[in-house]
Design a protein around this ligand. Structure first.
Ligand code: 0A1
Ligand code: ZN
Length: 869
């Protein structure tokens, strides 16, 4: 919605409790694609003598009644955003009738139509597009919902809770209805309905107290077998939450529905999770191992929300991390148990560094619990989710597993059925553990990634001291920073492994030091093992230290980390050399680095998934964070240079390994098989980076012979990296082969977005205009426009500005239909202050153009903040 008045932010300090309580809500939907009528009947109790404010957007109000009496237009105030009843009785029945147009709803918030089916998305503020309602998470109520629709087009009618009745509508031919009741009080953002034709995959789970729960996954007709992996992941999640957190499922039925048009990944609506089909459907032929892995973790995430989010919800949206940080932590722990701790930690830290650290160091930095926002949709960020999860992880590290579990048990017991705050959450851990967590709260309040500086000093008789120091740079709106509590896990490591037990030091002030006795052999210190805190590290470690840790650190995560640190230095140095036009000196560190890679590759103690990560240097976007300002193309060249150098120095090993890891049995999506494919395809990618002719042959063969999407896509990407005339026909062949599978076509669009094109940005522009593109479908837009901005530095950062211009045009085009997605895309400019001056000027121009175009509130907030206006 466009607004001419300056929008005002919502502030945490302005929070006031609800003025009215809704004891029960009855909703009656007459579902018609272009005019759905919604009648609500709500039992209301006044808590304070204040007006009742009901939010509403883009809906037609037909009538309002109090205790059966129709209100006159002068009895209430109505504007574009709310309906206000100034005076209400102490307790009364409120009835409201509205009409909305789901078929014209391109925002995908509220009630909309996707693939001819009705579905909803109400978090965070979508329910107000369905009916007038106090659309805030601390207003919880018991919902009963009646759905009515054509039986032929909409054979399934689903809503939250348990179905209590269904049948034909007696006086209307061809219409049927269903009534659903959810006994657990919930806020409106957890409401959901779905109506349409589906295939259903059915299974069941018996809970720890012996309750039999039918499980149903609803998918497009013909896709049921593609939901089998999700079903398996769901059952494993249900079991895991019982065993690890003591949480049992509560309703009589659990349903998941897959939809193709969805703004986010998935949504935890009570008893009726709705998923973006890309995070639910998978089979060997059409989905990659990464897809399987994501499905497993998102199915778990949404299921875990049933307790951390639904049974205990958030008082207001400033507390979003309460459910998201905690639930991400829970899904990470689940994945670690399913797939191996070290590898999972590497994945999580890569994601954190890639997205959250960039956010925390840029113009959009905000605390894990922010204190102001324009559009809450813009705050579903890596900081709230991923940094939020790191805070919970630190809490567990500080308290230890047992006291952490006791705190979690207490939280669920004490806060069940309420809308809670971060303070209440932390208080439960304090009560259960006896620890004072006052200082820990700073992690929630302070934005920015703390820097941990570590220096070694030799003291008397060869003994050593390590100094740990912390500092955090100012972030927008927060110039002063106080020390946070940083748990640092460290250990002394010699050439043959551990020389001490791992220790945990808590840094609470700006600095502290620890001492350790003389050691009579060369050694290094492994710091921040398993990434014990979300900080950046600055140490005095030399190349020799990093090489020693790469080869001997008993902490697998830190072995990987040492390699990443070394690679970051190599890439940054090369980028500087390219930028300034000087030839870099022959680097002995490079040789040592590659030898260490080879040693890991040959080490039988490590699994293939781990080896694949060790052989993957950090992305240039990550290296960018450690630099002040850089020419992004030079940085990209430097990153390619390192992959090429690894390919050159390890060519024979990579080739041998590629052949040795060939598949011998049918596809299995388990972690071990996926690790094998990951390492094999990593070898292929490194060979392709050196333009090895053999890599072309291997990729061609792999492309034509593979029976799974992981190998097929890896081969396709290797071929696009190798370039040459055959790329165009290969891409076309792939398209034709997968023409009827939109999820695979999204992959095709991503490859197109990220590859080199002879005619530059124009090629991407043409793709947006082709009939193959679907500009209303978020997955497709993310694949092409998002893939271009985040994954094609050569074109996006073109010095003629054509990449930035094209991208901005696409954001503005999207904004006219779906502001949430447009605002999210625009986040790609958050790194602009790291770019060279010339590019900064161009990005500034684009951001100013966005602001001048009268964009949505979502886009305006991101553009202004990015610009620093
Ligand atoms: N709560 C969901 C995802 C979600 C994210 C953003 C939304 O609106 C702005 C809505 C839902 C989850 O964490 O899975
Ligand atoms: Zn979530």
């Amino acid at each position: 919605m466009r607004t001419d008045t300056a929008p005002t932010p919502t502030l945490l300090e302005d929070y006031t409790p609800p003025s009215h309580e809704l004891t029960s809500v009855y909703l009656d939907f007459d579902l018609q694609p272009s005019a759905t009528s919604v009648r609500s009947k709500i039992d209301v109790k006044r808590l304070r003598d204040e007006p009742l404010v009901l939010n509403g957007e883009n809906i037609d109000l037909r009538s309002v009644k109090i205790d059966g009496k129709v209100l006159k237009r002068t009895d209430y105030k109505l504007d574009q955003e709310k309906l206000v009843l100034a005076k209400t009785p102490e307790s009364f029945v409120l009835e409201i009738e509205t009409v909305c147009d789901p078929s014209a709803n391109s925002t995908l918030m509220g009630l909309y139509v996707s693939g001819g089916r009705f579905c909803t998305q109400c978090e965070a503020e979508g329910f107000r597009r369905i009916t007038y309602y106090p659309d805030r998470p601390d207003v919880m109520s018991v919902f009963t919902v009646r759905l009515e629709a054509d039986i032929a087009t909409y054979p399934y009618l689903l809503a939250n809770g348990n179905k209590i009745e269904d049948g034909a509508v007696s006086d209307k031919t061809g219409r049927h209805y269903a009534i659903w009741h959810d006994p657990f009080p919930k806020p409106a953002y957890l409401f959901a309905l779905v109506a349409g034709e589906f295939d259903v995959l059915e299974d069941s789970f018996t809970t720890m107290s012996g309750r039999h729960i039918p499980l149903e996954i609803y998918v497009d007709p013909g896709n049921a077998s593609k939901a089998e992996y999700a079903m398996d992941a769901l059952k494993r999640s249900m079991k895991w939450d019982e065993q690890v957190f003591g949480r049992e499922y509560d309703l009589d039925l659990f349903m998941i529905v897959a939809v193709r048009d969805f703004n986010f990944g998935a949504m935890e609506n009570k008893g009726l999770n709705i998923f973006n089909s890309s995070l639910l459907l998978a089979d060997a032929a059409s989905a990659t191992d990464m897809n399987f892995e994501r499905i497993e973790s998102v199915v778990a995430h949404e299921y875990f929300h049933n307790w951390s989010g639904n049974r205990v919800t958030c008082r207001d949206w400033f507390q979003l991390c309460l459910k998201e940080g905690f639930t991400v932590f829970r899904d990470q722990e689940f994945s670690a148990d399913q797939r191996g701790g070290a590898v999972q930690r590497i994945k999580d830290v890569r994601a954190l560094r890639g997205r959250q650290f960039a956010e925390d160091a840029g113009p959009l930095a905000h605390p894990v619990r922010p204190n102001a926002y324009m559009k809450i949709d813009n705050f579903y960020t890596a900081t709230i989710y991923e940094k939020g999860a790191e805070l919970i992880r630190m809490l567990k590290t500080i308290l230890g597993a047992e006291r952490f579990r006791a705190g979690s048990d207490l939280y669920f017991k004490k806060m069940d059925g309420t809308a809670a705050t971060v303070e209440q959450f932390i208080a439960c851990f304090e009560e259960a553990s006896g620890e004072d967590l006052t200082q820990f709260m700073r992690w929630y309040e302070q934005a920015g990634t703390p820097k941990l500086k570590v220096l070694r000093e030799t003291i008397s008789q060869g003994a050593h001291r390590i100094h740990f120091m912390q500092s955090t740079k100012p972030t927008p709106g927060q110039s002063e920073k106080s020390p946070v509590v940083i748990p640092i896990r460290w250990q002394i490591v010699g050439d043959n492994g551990a020389l001490s037990e791992p220790k945990l030091t808590l840094l609470t002030g700006s600095g502290t030091s620890v001492t350790y006795p003389r050691i009579d052999e060369p050694y290094s210190v492994s710091i921040l093992q398993d990434f014990s805190a979300p900080v950046t590290l600055e140490t005095d470690a030399t190349t020799d230290d990093l090489l020693r840790l790469m080869g001997a650190d008993p902490n697998a995560f830190n072995r990987w980390e040492a390699g990443q640190t070394l690679a970051r230095h190599l890439i940054a140095n090369m980028a500087k050399a390219i930028e300034t036009g000087v030839t870099p000196p022959a680097d002995t560190a490079l040789k040592g680095y590659c030898e260490a890679l080879k040693k890991t590759l040959d080490d039988p103690d490590f699994n293939n998934a781990f080896k694949a990560f060790v052989l993957t240097p950090p992305a240039s976007s990550e290296v960018m964070q450690s630099l002040e300002q850089v020419d992004p193309i030079a940085l990209h060249e430097a990153s390619k240079w390192l992959s090429r150098a690894i390919g050159d120095l390890l060519r024979d090993d990579l080739l041998d390994r590629y052949h040795a890891l060939a598949d011998t049995h049918d596809f299995r999506p388990d972690a071990r098989s996926a690790g094998r494919r990951a390492l094999r395809n990593r070898c292929l990618a490194l060979l392709a980076s050196r333009q090895d002719p053999l890599a072309a042959t291997l990729s061609q063969t792999q492309l034509s012979e593979s029976t799974n999407m992981t190998d097929e896509l890896a081969a396709l990407m290797a071929l696009t990296r190798l370039g040459g005339q055959r790329v165009e026909t290969t891409m076309e062949d792939f398209y034709t082969k997968w023409e009827s599978d939109p999820l695979v076509l999204d992959k095709w669009f991503s490859v197109q977005a990220m590859r080199r094109h002879a005619d530059g940005v124009h090629a991407i522009e043409q793709l947006t205009e082709s009939s193959r593109y679907q500009r209303n479908n978020p997955n497709r837009v993310r694949a092409l426009v998002g893939g271009f901005a985040m994954g094609n530095p050569e074109l996006f950062h073109r010095i003629d500005g054509s990449g930035y211009r094209f991208f901005t045009d696409q954001v503005l085009d999207m904004d006219s239909r779906n502001p949430q997605i447009a605002a999210r895309l625009l986040g790609a400019f958050e790194i602009w202050k790291k770019l060279d001056d010339r590019r900064q000027d161009m990005v500034r121009g684009e951001l100013e153009r966005v602001i001048a175009s009268n964009p949505s509130k979502n886009v305006l907030e991101i553009a202004e903040k990015t610009l620093g206006a």
